[in-house]
Design a binder for this molecule. Sequence first.
Ligand code: FO1
Length: 307
Amino acid sequence: MLAGGVGAARFLRGLCSLLDPKRLTLVVNTGDDETFFGLHVSPDLDTVTYTLANRVNTVRGWGVAGDTYRCLNALRRFYSHTWFQLGDADLATHIYRTDALRAGLPLSRITADIARRHGLGVRILPMSDDPVRTMIHIAGGGRPVPFQEYLVKRRGRGRVRAVTYQGLESARPVAGLLTAVREADAIIIPPSNPIVSIEPILGLRGVRGALRRSRARIAAVSPLVRGMPIKGPLDRLLAGLGHDVSAVGVAQLYRDFVDVFVLDERDADLAARVAALGMRPLVANTIMKTLAQSRALAAAVLEGLRR
Ligand code: FO1
């Protein structure tokens, strides 16, 4: 599975309740990674890990449940940029990751270690051990800003003119990624943001070609329902980049390698347009507020991949 943050994590909870997690490989976006107070924060890796370990703050979809903010409050004495909510327990993960990176370990090894220390059997791969940073170019906004600054500090304001991925051209796909794509029976793109969560993975050297050639059936789930994202700024990103702000617009971005495209029930009228792109449309409830809903969606996707 190729994964972003909250949408991917919710889908995964359902999937892991249906399959042996040892059969799964997750390739997670790191284009959203950011450094705060000298600490390396990997929001999508942590969201997936905390969710699968039942540690996540389920209201927000990210961070640790019941976390406190004493350290962040104390940091306000020294720093002005305390807009990113890093909880005390969450900070332990960032301290551990940063310490290990400074000791020379690759992010992939540290990620596997963090997953193991959370008792997870699933294989979690950061998309690359090399740094990639998603940058948002805002109309009339001067310099491009890193994704977290655009999303959290600026609350997604401003018309997006372009999105670029710093470091992507020279970044190598993490060891095992291309083999996993080649050898998979099935590949799933959950309801993640195609521009900032999936595109950085697809843009790594060789990944898109490997997906096109893969013998695996590939399914993608729309992260939009009636043109609205469940979470985040996807509608503004698609509009700014000139794409159709609908599930069809998302399907267009994946048309060269996806076999089955999952639309929400409320978008059933778009099925014919998805079929016209050469993908098999599958209609399901894509809203995942409960574990039962995550499980039902994952079951529908698995069934769609078998057909
Ligand atoms: N999202 C916010 O909207 N505000 C925050 O202050 C914030 C803090 C944060 C801390 C740790 C973490 O792992 C995630 C956090 N997120 C926050 C979520 C994150 O910005 C997004 O979910 C992803 O980057 C989008 O894929």
